[in-house]
Structures are given as structure tokens and as C-alpha cells.
Ligand binder design. Structure first.
Ligand SMILES: *Cc1c(COP(=O)(O)O)cnc(C)c1O
Length: 429
């Protein structure tokens, strides 16, 4: 071991970084500056998005982007790793403590390669996978036919119930008993209810399947205690770091000790080369932030805001998938409003409200112009907005949807939203 080095005040993000970028590349600088203004002045309701803190931004913009470090701490293929090892080890230890995980890998470039690494570690081509279908809220990487996971595996999918729009563990169990999957996947991208990880684990155990829980959307809620944790129940847990967890864009894998070697080998050298160390630094910072008491307050406010927003939308006659929400997201079926997701998402954007068109369960329309929109409260809650703002937001949304072709009205709402946003400065901007 080397003796600890003296603390240094050297700048890791140069003080003149912005000026340098403006001088070198005005076109990119201009696009970035405009994006800051956009992120300040609109209600960002895409439920997979958030605002990171200035501290996370600084770590992510740091000199670690210059460093190669294939391998893992203490076992690298290049020299000069004394600082990278500190960063990656802190990230791993913080994630283990925060989620109570036996083993953590922080190197996946994002959520999709993290899932691919799990398959590469634990499955063979042709194995059977049982997962939630994409149109019912699952993720592409859970075996959808256009992805490599759909090509490599025999994919069987469960859905939500037509009457409740909730996952039906009886259906999951019947499919598991019939198809004997090697792996069951739970976790979703567009599911507004609590996921019963323990129930999934019971089924996996009964049929001898591995259980992968993909908590990409909800890992922040899990960290802060606003959603039950999959970590005690699943063999492997995958997550992104940039959604409710409020870190930089990246991925993580958490697993039982018995899978540690296989998971690490699948990430590197199986799928990836050098880890993105600047991202790892940002992840470490965000994990420290997520362990603070204020993060608990934040994620509970995210869920409270979603519930208030859902109630107000119901009051305006909107139909919500499953009738409401338990988490950070809401799926609105626009069929009863005589319209669909694409035109509504476009009109809302003109009014300063940014969301995405989304399929709803049993959608009769095509995925490119589906029947619904998906909204969520992680980003607006990071700005400190609360129930009063959610009520205003629902009023604005109703006004837009009820007057879809009235662009003058949308422009007036956009101006009102800029004024509202000024009272809630976005972190990091
Ligand atoms: C977002 C998401 C992913 C993929 O994350 P990327 O970082 O976009 O690759 C994987 N699984 C689920 C459930 C997600 O919601």
C-alpha cells in the first residue's frame, strides 16, 4: 500500500471549461446552452429522466474520462490506477451498503448492456426466458423480438390482467410451470404499481429458475424506502443509475456472492472494454447522496406527487392504466378523450410539458402512435415542486388535451410554465 497522499486543491473540472468549449466549438456550446434553458423552462415529465446535482455533474465532467482501466480494482491491465481504484471501490461499497447487496459491479455502460451481461453470465443461447411483454410495460431488453435478447433466447411473456392492469402472479406461475424457464425477469419501464419481488422469488424457487429483477426505473425509490427492495429476493438485480437514483447515465449489477465471478467476467471481458471512470465517479457521488436522509424525503415526495397528480387527472376525466399509481409514473389512456399519444405529446410539448407517447396494455393502436402517454414525477420533484404544483400541472394538461388544436392557448400555458419553473430552480443547472 502507498501512503495516503496529501489532499490537493487541483481543479479536476477546469474553472475555464465553459469558456474553452465556447471558443473551440461554438455550435456544440450553443446547443448545450439552449438545452440548459430548455431543462430550466419546461416541466420534464418523462419518468426515466431527472436532474443530477452539481456535484454529480462535476464528477461526470472530470479528468477520469482520460483514463483506461480495464479490469477491476487491484487487478487492472494498465498502470496508473491508484485514483480510479479509489473511485470504483467507493462506488461499489456505497452501492453494497445502500442496497444491502452481497456483490456489486458498477461498470455496465448503461441498463441495456447490464441486462445483456446478466444473460451472458447465466444463460446459454436457446434457454427459455419468462418476462413481462413490452406492450404491457416491460423493457425491450427483456426478450422483445427486435433485440438480441429476443434472437438468442426462447422468450415466453406474461402480461397484465385486462381488468386490473396489474401483473397476475397466478399467470406467471402457470407459465413458469408450463415452460420451465431458466430465468424469470421482473421489473418494468411502464408499470405504475408495486412489484411483488418476493412473490416472483417464490415462483422462481418452485420451478428452479433464476430470478433477475430489473429495478432500472425504481432503484431510487428502493434506495429511499418508497418501494420494496428486490435485493433480498432476486439472484441478480440490474439497474440504471440515471432514473430515480439521480446519478449519471450508467448501469449497475447487484448479485448474490455465488454469481459474483460470472457477473464480473460477463461485464469485462465478456461484453465491455474499459469502464467509463468519469461515470463511475458520478455514480459514487450519487450513491452518497442517495444514502442521505434528504434522499428518503425526496423519493417519498416523488411518490406523493405522483399520487396527487393521478388523483387530479382522474378528476379531469382522464383514464389511467390500473386506475392510478403506487410509484413515480402514470400511464394515461387517451382513448376516451378521442385522441392518441402522439398528437397529445406534441401539443403538451408546445405547452411546455414534456412527456412521451406510450402504448397502454391491450392497445389497439400501433406502437408508433399508441393510445397513451407516460408521465412521471422524478424530475419535477427534484426541483422541489409539491402537491400544489401537481394540481396546476393536471389543470394545464386537461386544458391542452381538451383544446388540442389551440396553439395560442398552448403558447400561453408555456409562458405560465416558465414563470412557475422560475420558482423552482433545477439542481445542477
Ligand atoms: C431504462 C431501462 C433499461 C435500459 O436502460 P438504458 O440505460 O436506456 O440502456 C433497462 N430496463 C428497464 C426496465 C428500463 O426501464
Amino acid at each position: 500500500m502507498q501512503p495516503p497522499m496529501q489532499p490537493t486543491t487541483a481543479n479536476f473540472v477546469p474553472a475555464d471549461a465553459e469558456a474553452a468549449l465556447r471558443a473551440t466549438d461554438p455550435e456544440i456550446a450553443d446547443a448545450l446552452a439552449r438545452e440548459v434553458v430548455r431543462q430550466r423552462n419546461v416541466m420534464r415529465l418523462i419518468p426515466s429522466e431527472n436532474y443530477v446535482s452539481s456535484a454529480v455533474l462535476a464528477a461526470t465532467a472530470s479528468c477520469l474520462t482520460n483514463k483506461y482501466s480495464e479490469g477491476y480494482a487491484g487487478k487492472r491491465y494498465y498502470q496508473g490506477q491508484e485514483n480510479v481504484d479509489v473511485v470504483e471501490t467507493l462506488a461499489i461499497n456505497r452501492a453494497r451498503a445502500l442496497f444491502g447487496a452481497e456483490h456489486v459491479n458498477v461498470q455496465p455502460y448503461s441498463g441495456s448492456p447490464a441486462n445483456l451481461a446478466v444473460y451472458y453470465a447465466l444463460l446459454e443461447p436457446g434457454d427459455t426466458l419468462l418476462s413481462l411483454s413490452l406492450p404491457h410495460g416491460g423493457h425491450l431488453t427483456h426478450g422483445w423480438n427486435v433485440t438480441i435478447s429476443g434472437k438468442l433466447f426462447n422468450v415466453v411473456q406474461y402480461g397484465v390482467r385486462p381488468d386490473t392492469h396489474r401483473i397476475d402472479l397466478n399467470e406467471v406461475r402457470e407459465l413458469a410451470l408450463k415452460h420451465r424457464p431458466k430465468m424469470i425477469i421482473c421489473g418494468a419501464s411502464a408499470y405504475p404499481r408495486i412489484i411483488d419481488f418476493e412473490g416472483f422469488a417464490d415462483i422462481a424457487r418452485e420451478v428452479g429458475a433464476l430470478l433477475l429483477a430489473d429495478m432500472a426505473h425504481i432503484s431510487g425509490l428502493v434506495a429511499g424506502g418508497a418501494h420494496p427492495s428486490p435485493v433480498p429476493h432476486a439472484d441478480v438485480v440490474s439497474t440504471t443509475t440515471h432514473k430515480t437514483l439521480r446519478g449519471p447515465r450508467g448501469g449497475m449489477l447487484l448479485c448474490k456472492a455465488q454469481y459474483a465471478k460470472a457477473i464480473d467476467r460477463a461485464v469485462f471481458p465478456g461484453l465491455q472494454g474499459g469502464p467509463h471512470n468519469h461515470t463511475t465517479a458520478g455514480i459514487a457521488v450519487s450513491l452518497k447522496e442517495a444514502a442521505a436522509p434528504s434522499f428518503k424525503t425526496y423519493v417519498h415526495a416523488v411518490v406523493d406527487n405522483a399520487r396527487v397528480l393521478a388523483d387530479c387527472l382522474l378528476g379531469h376525466g382522464f383514464e389511467l392504466t390500473s386506475g392510478g399509481t403506487d410509484n413515480h409514473l402514470i400511464l394515461i389512456d387517451l382513448t376516451n378523450k378521442g385522441t392518441s399519444g402522439k398528437p397529445v405529446a406534441a401539443a403538451l410539448e408546445r405547452a411546455g410539458i414534456v412527456c412521451n407517447a406510450n402504448s397502454v396494455p391491450f392497445d389497439k393502436r400501433k406502437p408508433f402512435d399508441p393510445s397513451g402517454i407516460r408521465i412521471g414525477t422524478p424530475a419535477v420533484t427534484s426541483r422541489g415542486m409539491g402537491p400544489a404544483e401537481m394540481k396546476l400541472l393536471a389543470d394545464f394538461m386537461a386544458e391542452v388535451v381538451n383544446n388540442l388544436s389551440d396553439e395560442a392557448r398552448q403558447a400561453r400555458i408555456a409562458a405560465d410554465i416558465i414563470a412557475l419553473c422560475q420558482g423552482f430552480p433545477a439542481p445542477g443547472l
